[in-house]
Design a protein around this ligand. Structure first.
Ligand SMILES: C[S@@+](CC[C@H](N)C(=O)[O-])C[C@H]1O[C@@H](n2cnc3c(N)ncnc32)[C@H](O)[C@@H]1O
Length: 334
């Protein structure tokens, strides 16, 4: 190594250390707010309508997003072979959406497509209480899916549907035969308990579809995997009360799912970086990430379809070590 490249490396190292210090300070401040004043922190999040779906996706501009999200579940269900040949995957189902965000838009679409009921489960109390804000999304969304976008129709579809915070509350609606989530599981700190609870709340032939985003959620300086530079101890300690990414990599989701009786029928990557890009940072990552293969580290998001043991396709379960690409052309660009 030349002196110039050594000093370049030292500068990058110093920059990364400064960035890690700043990130730790930011996480600490947010964590303290949610730990000591959870009601106020939650209310602030709700009042500012922090949606989790990115900027500019409110009112009628949210319509393509939610339409795409709902349609993606149908596309992925077909790719996995769990959809009926005709009709919607929601038809006749008792649906549970994990982490719906600040609306019940997907529950509403599911109901419009024939779901018997559609409940939500969210660890944070973020669903907007602002009827005007919600109806500005719901009504054009109903129109866009060929339904009737009116306040009365919204009430008819969602009147009985609630978002709950605990398993005990959901037990009154259970069992569910379809579970869906998008951009949620990566925020769940205790994936074992979530899967145990989902197993208890679902029918023996239930279908589960998750889209999981393994990216840094903004915690990066120069590399997509910068957030894996933090040790688990430091990261977990800084995020005890906030929904930052749990940093689990894709195989862990399948292992935990299997332990709780969810058999993987289909898995596909949504985003990847190259093996060489993953290899470039791997020696500097904290454990256990440093010991993971570049094939694992390179996956930055995935779809998974799982079924419970009583499902007719359960015997076709797979144990994927690497993932095929998702059918991007057929999916929404979000
Ligand atoms: C990035 S947002 C995604 C929202 C929505 N699915 C969407 O696509 O617009 C993540 C959601 O997961 C919820 N969440 C975080 N941790 C959770 C947990 N342990 N259990 C259930 N929901 C959780 C958050 O409150 C938030 O509603």
């Amino acid at each position: 190594m030349t002196r110039a490249s050594r000093s370049g490396g030292t500068k990058v190292g110093a920059l990364k250390r400064t960035w890690m210090g700043g990130t730790a300070g930011y996480l600490l401040a947010r964590n303290l707010a949610f730990k000591h004043a959870p009601a106020a922190a939650n209310a602030l999040m709700r009042l500012t309508n922090i949606s989790g779906r990115g900027r500019g996706r409110d009112g009628s501009e949210a319509v393509p997003y939610f339409r795409g999200v709902a349609e993606d579940y149908e596309v992925i269900a077909r790719a996995a072979g769990v959809a009926e040949s005709r009709g919607s995957i929601f038809a006749g189902k008792r649906v549970l959406e994990v982490g719906p965000g600040n609306t019940q838009a997907i529950a509403m679409v599911a109901r419009a497509r024939g779901a018997l009921h559609a409940s939500g489960w969210d660890a944070f109390d973020v669903v907007s209480r602002d009827r005007a804000y919600l109806n500005a999304i719901y009504e054009p969304l109903l129109d866009a899916i060929g339904d009737e976008g009116s306040p009365a129709r919204v009430i008819e579809l969602l009147g009985e549907c609630r978002v709950h915070a605990t398993r005990a509350q959901l037990e009154k609606q259970a069992p569910f035969d379809l579970v869906i989530s998008r951009a949620v599981l990566e925020h769940v700190r205790d994936l074992e308990t979530l899967h145990r609870d989902l197993a208890a709340l679902t029918t023996d032939d239930a279908v589960v579809i998750h889209k999981v985003d393994l990216r840094s959620h903004g915690h990066q300086l120069t590399h997509d995997l910068d957030f894996l530079l933090f040790s688990d101890r430091a990261w977990n300690g800084l995020t005890t009360h906030i929904g930052e990414p749990n940093r689990a990599r894709f195989p862990r989701y399948f292992e935990i799912g299997e332990r709780h009786g969810f058999r993987t029928l289909y898995a596909a990557s949504t985003r990847v970086i190259s093996r060489s890009e993953a290899e470039r940072i791997r020696p500097r990552l904290a454990l256990p990430y440093r010991d993971m293969s570049p094939d694992v580290l390179s996956v930055l998001g995935f779809w998974v379809v799982q079924v419970k043991p009583g499902h007719p396709l359960a015997s076709r379960a797979i144990h994927p070590e690497s993932l095929q690409p998702a059918p991007h052309d057929a999916l929404a660009p979000f």
